[in-house]
Design a protein around this ligand. Structure first.
Ligand code: NAP
Length: 272
C-alpha cells in the first residue's frame, strides 16, 4: 500500500504556523540564484508560495555570474534582517558547490549544506541537517521506531544518502545502516534483508518488486521526469507488497515543510 503522510504533513503545518505566530516579526527567507533555468524558476515560485502561506517574507536575489555569489552570499549572511538563505542548484561550472555553500553563514544555512552543518551531524548535534535527509528521518520516525532496525540507504550524495545514514546512526535513533551506491554488488540481497529501504538514486522506477521482501517500508526519494509525469526511483507496483511513499506527494512535500521549519528555527535562534 501507499503510505499516507497526511497526518505528519498536517501536524508539521500546524507547528510552523504556531511558531511563526509567536515571533515579533515575520521570518525572512532569501533565495539566491545564478543563471536559473526554467525548472529553477518554477522551484522558486513554489517556495515563494509556501513561504507566503506561513507568513514568511520571501525575496529572490539573482547573481549574474558565479563571481557575484562571492559578494552576495557573505553580504546576505551579515544582514541582520535575513534569517534563512538558500542557494538554487545547479551552479555555473566556475564555482564549486563546496565553495558556494561555504560562503553562507552556518546559522542561516537552512538547507544544511555548509560543512559545519554537515559536520554537526557526526557529533550527534544536528542543527540544520539537509532538508531531504531530515524529511526522510521524520517519515521513518512517524511510521515506526527505527531503533535496532536494519535500514538500507541507496545513494551516497552529500545532501541525501550520506547525511541520512549519519542521522539514522545517531544515538537515540539507533538504526543499523547499510549504504549502497552505483558500485555496490548485489543490492537486492541487501534490500531484501532490510526492514526499511530508502532509495535516492535519480533513476526512474528502477527498483521493482524483486528488490524487496513483503512488508518492507520503502521510502522513495527520487524525483524523475518521465514524459509529462513525475515518477520516483521505485516502481509503483512495489506498493502491492510493501509500504511505499508516493511520488509525487511523499518525501518532496515533507522536504518543503522542513525548509520552512528551518527558516523559523533560524529566526528563533537569532533572538537568543
Ligand atoms: N524528494 C525530494 O525532496 C528530493 C530532494 C533531493 C533529491 N531528490 C531526488 O532524489 C534522487 C537522488 O538525488 P541526489 O541528489 O541524492 O542524487 P545524486 O547526487 O545524483 O546521487 C545519486 C546517488 O545514487 C547512486 N546511484 C546511481 N545509480 C545507482 C544504481 N543503479 N544503484 C545504486 N546506486 C546508484 C549514485 O552512486 P555513485 O555515488 O556511485 O555515483 C549516487 O550516490 C533524484 O531523483 C533527485 O531528484 C528528491
Amino acid at each position: 500500500m501507499f503510505i499516507n503522510i497526511e497526518p505528519l504533513y498536517s501536524s508539521m503545518v500546524e507547528n510552523i504556523k504556531e511558531r511563526v505566530s509567536k515571533l515579533s516579526k515575520p521570518p525572512k527567507l532569501v533565495a539566491v540564484t545564478c543563471q536559473p533555468d526554467s525548472s529553477t524558476l518554477a522551484y522558486l515560485r513554489s517556495q515563494e508560495k509556501q513561504a507566503k502561506r506561513f507568513g514568511i517574507d520571501f525575496a529572490v536575489y539573482e547573481a549574474p555570474k558565479a563571481m557575484d555569489l562571492k559578494i552576495l552570499l557573505p553580504k546576505l549572511s551579515a544582514d541582520g534582517s535575513v534569517n534563512g538563505i538558500f542557494l538554487t542548484h545547479p551552479l555555473p561550472s566556475d564555482i564549486s558547490e563546496y565553495e558556494a555553500v561555504s560562503l553562507i553563514s552556518p546559522d542561516k544555512d537552512i538547507e544544511g549544506r555548509h560543512p559545519i552543518n554537515l559536520g554537526n551531524i557526526l557529533y550527534d548535534k544536528p542543527v540544520f541537517p539537509p532538508c531531504t535527509a531530515e524529511a526522510v528521518l521524520r517519515i521513518i520516525n512517524y511510521l515506526t521506531n527505527p531503533s535496532g532496525k536494519k535500514i538500507a540507504v541507496i545513494g551516497r550524495s552529500v545532501t541525501v544518502g550520506k547525511p541520512l545514514a549519519m542521522l539514522l546512526l545517531q544515538k537515540g535513533v539507533d538504526a543499523t545502516v547499510t549504504v549502497c551506491h552505483s558500485r555496490t554488488k548485489d543490492i537486492a540481497e541487501i534490500t531484501k534483508n532490510s526492514d526499511i529501504v530508502v532509495v535516492a538514486i535519480g533513476k526512474a522506477k528502477m527498483f521493482g518488486k524483486d528488490y524487496f521482501k513483503p512488508g518492507t517500508i520503502v521510502i522513495d526519494v527520487g524525483i524523475n521526469v518521465e514524459g509529462d509525469e513525475i515518477v520516483g526511483d521505485v516502481d509503483p507496483s512495489v506498493s502491492e507488497i510493501c509500504e511505499l511513499t508516493p511520488v509525487p506527494g511523499g518525501v518532496g512535500r515533507i522536504t518543503t515543510l522542513v525548509l520552512m521549519e528551518h527558516t523559523v528555527k533560524a529566526a528563533e535562534m537569532s533572538l537568543k
